[in-house]
Design a protein around this ligand. Structure first.
Ligand code: F6R
Length: 606
């Protein structure tokens, strides 16, 4: 949440900062701002609204070859011009951008007010600017250190000072910061997306680390200012992967990329001879794997729902008791950490603070955690004992699609490996490998029905309220379908177990409330269909996501057929039409698909 950019070099900073902010806008889009440091000191432009509004309103004279910028997702105080970053001290000598939350902001604000400081925003960040200005240290590094010494909380922070015009000082504690090395120029950003167009030679700061960035290079150090000698490395990324290309939105691009993304997560990991998966990154030998008595999966939002699908896979294939829990709740109930439980953290960004804190809680109590993570080198990936990278490629749209599909496949690989050191037969292992190998092509077949799904979605978009229902394997699919629908269409979409309808929610069924039902061909098909008749009898409109050979009898319903795979792998194929229904409902309603209201990519605050 929130994006930071910075630049020091030979070019005018403002255009580069604005370009970087555009690439980070998915991180927060309620306000934005830039500050540049030129011969006449620091100039700031900031306002509520989108980055393009900021660019349009930028003063003509806004020169400076050092600068910082920010795109905000409000935590302290509403989204208005005053609360937008950068924040400055009273004299305007210091400018600060910040991601994260300062927990003792209220106390610090009170103290500053008592000292006669006139605070002009409601934010926690503003205190940093005043604290830096009040420090008497003789270097900017020392002043930032003094400010951070009295701050409790999380931050990625970048600071400029008119008295030190050749540099930006950055610091990290819980919120990512990356330094990008160019030709006699340096960049700073909270996310690779803002850097890859300029450089792929980068250094990630660690928590507790600070850096000084000048046009000629950077130095890193701890908060006691002792050097950490960090070197930049060149990474292998395709800058075009960060563009939407010909697609009308990132979400559309990411939905359509799923066949190739699925191939990437499977590549090199299937062992046909032994009917198993190779997951070297788990760092567990067969003996340790056999000793696992329980699997506990932790994630937030869609990652939690796919975690439920993953728990189902582990139970079915490995016959190990498994469940998923919202990472945001986990550590608040003082969880019992067992030595023979395998904990699995699942996260696209690898930054979600609730998931990260859950991992830290487990490791602090001696548990073993593996990560299913998309972003290489992210905080969660680094914190875990091992894991599976998802190789979905950059996911920019706020609503997760291709990463979610690869999470499911990551769980399938994990369940296969766990199963094959236990009681899953080699024949079943081979059956699943054949199913996994078929999946990328079948994903393409579902996506090819996009036009039909768009028509169905336009009908659903008219409803104010919808149900998404499914049973057992189908229930997490329904939960994910409802989540995707509500987050981008802003319609009320509620997921229920089909079996639970008559215990209450059936009271809401009416011609105005459609139900999207997930009905795979499995051992529950007949029961599912019977429940749908109960909805139809109450004149509830039905959209049924199902398999071609499922007989819906006389049921009046709009039917969406997906190809069949192995029954354990079906959930992901059933999920895909729900992505497209959400996408086209939101498009039909004219919403900003990639930047749904009130949300932001990567939830880095609790
Ligand atoms: C929904 C969505 C969110 C994320 C959740 C976890 O489409 O994208 O619910 O799934 O915020 O994010 P990660 O996977 O980055 O930990």
């Amino acid at each position: 949440m929130c994006g930071i950019v910075g630049y020091v070099g030979g070019q005018q900073a403002a255009p580069l900062l604005l370009e970087g902010l555009t690439r980070l806008e998915h991180r927060g889009y309620d306000s934005s701002g830039v500050a540049v440091l030129g011969s006449s000191g620091i100039k700031v432009a900031k306002q509520a609204g989108r980055v393009r509004d900021l660019a349009d309103g930028l003063p003509k004279r806004f020169g400076g070859k050092v600068g910082i910028g920010h795109t905000r997702w409000a935590t302290h105080g509403p989204a208005n011009d005053a609360n937008a970053h950068p924040h400055t001290d009273a004299k305007g000598d210091v400018a600060v951008v910040h991601n994260g939350i300062i927990d003792n902001a209220a106390a610090l604000r009170r103290q500053l007010t008592d000292d006669g400081v006139d605070l002009v925003s409601d934010t926690d960040t503003e205190v940093i600017a005043h604290l830096v200005a009040h420090s008497e240290a003789d270097s900017l590094e020392g002043r930032v250190r003094d400010a951070l010494a009295v701050i409790d909380g999380t931050y990625g922070v970048a600071v400029m000072h008119a008295d030190f015009p050749d540099r930006i000082v950055v610091a990290r504690n819980g919120s990512p910061l990356i330094i990008g090395v160019g030709e006699r120029e340096m960049h700073v950003a909270s996310d690779l997306a803002a850097l890859v167009r300029y450089t792929t030679t980068i250094a990630h700061l660690d928590d507790g680390e600070m850096a000084t960035v000048t046009a000629s290079g950077f130095t890193t150090y701890k908060q006691d200012l002792s050097s950490t000698h960090k070197q930049a490395t060149t990474i292998d990324v395709d800058p075009d992967a960060y563009d939407a290309g010909d697609h009308e939105s990132y979400m559309h691009k990411e939905i359509r990329e799923q066949p190739e993304a699925a191939e990437r997560v499977l590549r090199g990991r299937l062992d046909e001879r032994f009917g198993t998966a190779h997951l070297g990154g788990l760092n567990m030998d067969a003996r340790e794997t056999r000793a696992i008595r329980r699997v506990k999966i932790l994630g937030c939002g869609s990652a939690y729902y796919v975690g439920q699908m993953g728990a189902g896979l582990v139970e079915e294939l490995a016959r190990i008791p498994a469940d998923a829990e919202a990472a945001s709740e986990f550590r608040y109930r003082n969880p019992i950490i067992e030595p023979d439980t395998l904990y699995v953290a699942v996260s696209q960004s690898g930054e979600t603070i609730d998931t990260l804190l859950a991992v830290q809680e487990i490791r602090r109590k001696g548990g073993r955690v593996i990560g299913l993570v998309n972003v290489v080198g992210s905080a969660i990936a680094r914190e875990c004992d091992g894991g599976i990278y998802l190789h979905a490629g950059p996911e920019v749209a706020v609503a997760s699609t291709k990463a979610l599909t690869n999470m499911f496949l990551g769980f399938a690989l994990l369940a296969l490996q766990l199963g094959r050191v236990r009681d899953l037969s080699v024949a079943d292992g081979k059956r699943l490998i054949a199913g996994l190998t078929r999946l990328p092509d079948q994903i393409g077949q579902v996506l090819a029905r996009e036009d039909t799904l768009a028509e169905i979605a336009a009908g659903l978009a008219e409803a104010e309220s919808l149900f998404f229902v499914g049973r057992v394997r189908g229930f997490p699919v329904a939960r994910e379908g409802a989540q995707k629908f509500k987050e981008i269409s802003y319609r009320h979409a509620e997921a229920y177990q089909t079996s639970e309808l008559k215990h209450g929610p059936l009271a809401l069924i009416s011609p105005e409330v459609p139900t999207v039902a997930v009905v795979p061909h499995d051992e529950l098909t007949d029961r599912n269909v019977a429940a749908l008749h109960e909805i139809a009898a109450r004149r509830g409109p039905l959209v049924v996501v199902t398999h071609e050979d499922v007989d819906l009898g006389e049921l009046e319903a709009v039917r969406i057929d997906v190809p069949r795979n192995e029954v354990e792998l079906d959930p992901i194929l059933l999920t895909l039409p729900l992505q497209l229904l959400a996408y086209h409902a939101a498009t039909h309603l004219g919403h900003d698909i990639d930047k749904p209201r009130n949300l932001a990519k990567s939830v880095t605050v609790e």
